[in-house]
Design a protein around this ligand. Structure first.
Ligand SMILES: Cc1cc2nc3c(=O)[nH]c(=O)nc-3n(C[C@H](O)[C@H](O)[C@H](O)COP(=O)(O)OP(=O)(O)OC[C@H]3O[C@@H](n4cnc5c(N)ncnc54)[C@H](O)[C@@H]3O)c2cc1C
Length: 386
């Protein structure tokens, strides 16, 4: 039996930073990771360059049943705090767009940075740790294959369900339930959407084509690129909207944001399909402009018909059949109910000494570095209270 001050489950973004910060505060910290490597998701994040935070991070960039929950942690460990850490390790970075900060070179630098913070603070990291049992009597007991570890504090940082082939499991949710904590039902988020059968026939051959659009779901709108895939729609605008979309609801897509698309048709000497196609092609890829006109032609060339045509261009109603699921989802929405946790420390209200941080909690960031910022902020909130 080996005893520590704190045991952290999961050496992902949240677990690594929490372990380092706890150890810096003099706590003997043990970090147990199920897979053979630490920080695997960080390595594949941001196309291999890790979008590690967002300069414009605000509570409104997060979904949760309690939209106020994330405020305290986000205010006490901000993007500037994480940037200071990145700069201390001399990792070069740049702003790509919309406040999104990426490594110039590689996401592996972020993993190396976190590992170095852990090592220099004295964190004990064990990979390939297969946890068989978690119990609590006077303290927490964690039984791996042949070894038992004990600590008065247990931090669960085992992430969400997305990308099961990288080892994502229900472990964190099951553990929460084992200790009587409620779970907000989980669902894939930041995920491509699937066409219904009709739209699939109409549009799937446009795979690879993208356009600048505004995608809206549940009153939230995102102006970014949309991408046609063989099975549906993707691209940042759709991924963002997908987090707010619920089965059976529609997504509205503005294919001509901020434009009076029919103006050139109205002004033309002759109004016809060729003129309309040229007008759409001014802002849409040619094949999409052609397809749109085939599928949604104006009823006639009168002003009233063009008004209707214009309205439809700005509010294309898509009824997705579903999402690509956890295999393709960047994150998991839902998770450990925030009502169960202190927003200052992430500690369970019911079970003293039990903490949940990162994606396993019902706090989900929008696309753009917000999910990592939540991992960092919630990790530090917990570590500071240990
Ligand atoms: C392809 C992809 C790209 C992404 N890009 C970005 C991006 O650029 N910016 C951004 O902000 N977010 C991005 N995300 C989201 C981001 O990676 C996650 O939100 C973040 O990693 C969550 O951190 P976490 O520590 O809570 O969980 P994770 O990083 O998933 O870490 C959880 C850890 O727990 C381990 N674990 C699981 N079960 C057990 C167990 N039973 N015992 C021990 N260990 C266990 C896992 O192996 C893993 O190492 C991306 C996600 C994906 C899938």
């Amino acid at each position: 039996m080996t005893t520590y001050d704190v045991i952290i489950l999961g050496a992902g973004a949240a677990g690594l930073l929490c372990a380092a910060e706890a150890a810096k505060r003099g706590r003997r910290a043990l970090l147990l990771e199920r897979s053979d490597k630490i920080g695997k998701k960080i390595l594949i994040s941001g196309g291999g360059r890790c979008n590690f935070t967002n300069l414009h991070c605000q509570p409104k960039n997060f979904l949760s049943q309690n939209p106020h929950f994330a405020k305290s942690a986000l205010a006490r460990y901000t993007p500037a705090d994480f940037i200071a850490l990145v700069e201390k390790h001399r990792i070069a970075y740049h702003e790509k767009t919309l406040g999104q900060l990426f490594c110039d070179d590689s996401a592996s630098q972020i993993v190396a940075m976190l590992e170095s913070e852990c090592r220099s603070a004295g964190v004990k990291i064990i990979v390939n740790a297969h946890i068989r049992e978690v119990r609590r009597d006077t303290s927490f007991l964690i039984r791996c294959d042949s070894v038992e570890y004990r600590a008065p504090v247990l931090v669960v940082a085992t992430g969400g369900l997305s990308i099961p082939k990288m080892g994502a499991t229900r472990f964190g949710y099951d553990l929460a339930e084992q200790f009587g904590l409620k779970i907000v039902p989980t669902r894939p988020a930041l995920v491509p959407l699937l066409f219904n059968a009709t739209d699939r026939k109409r549009y799937s051959d446009l795979a690879g084509i993208s356009a600048d659009v505004i995608a809206r779901a549940d009153e939230n709108s995102f102006r970014e690129k949309m991408l046609f895939t063989h099975r549906g729609l993707s691209g940042p605008a759709i991924l963002q909207a997908s987090s707010y979309w619920r089965e059976g609801e529609s997504i509205q897509i503005d294919l001509a944001p901020g434009r009076d698309a029919t103006q050139p048709i109205r002004q033309a000497g002759t109004r016809n399909a060729a003129v309309a196609e040229k007008a759409l092609h001014a802002f849409l890829p040619k094949r999409l402009a052609e397809r749109w006109l085939q599928q949604h032609p104006p009823k006639s060339w009168t002003n009233a018909s063009l008004d209707a045509f214009e309205r439809e261009l700005h509010s294309w109603q898509i009824h997705p059949a579903g999402t690509e699921g956890y295999d393709k989802a960047e994150v998991t929405a839902g998770g450990v109910d925030t009502n169960e946790l202190s927003s200052k420390t992430m500690e369970s209200r019911k079970v003293p000494g039990l903490f949940f941080i990162g994606e396993v909690v019902d706090v989900t960031g929008q696309l753009g570095g917000f999910n990592f910022q939540w991992a960092w902020s919630s990790a530090v909130a917990a570590a500071r209270s240990l």
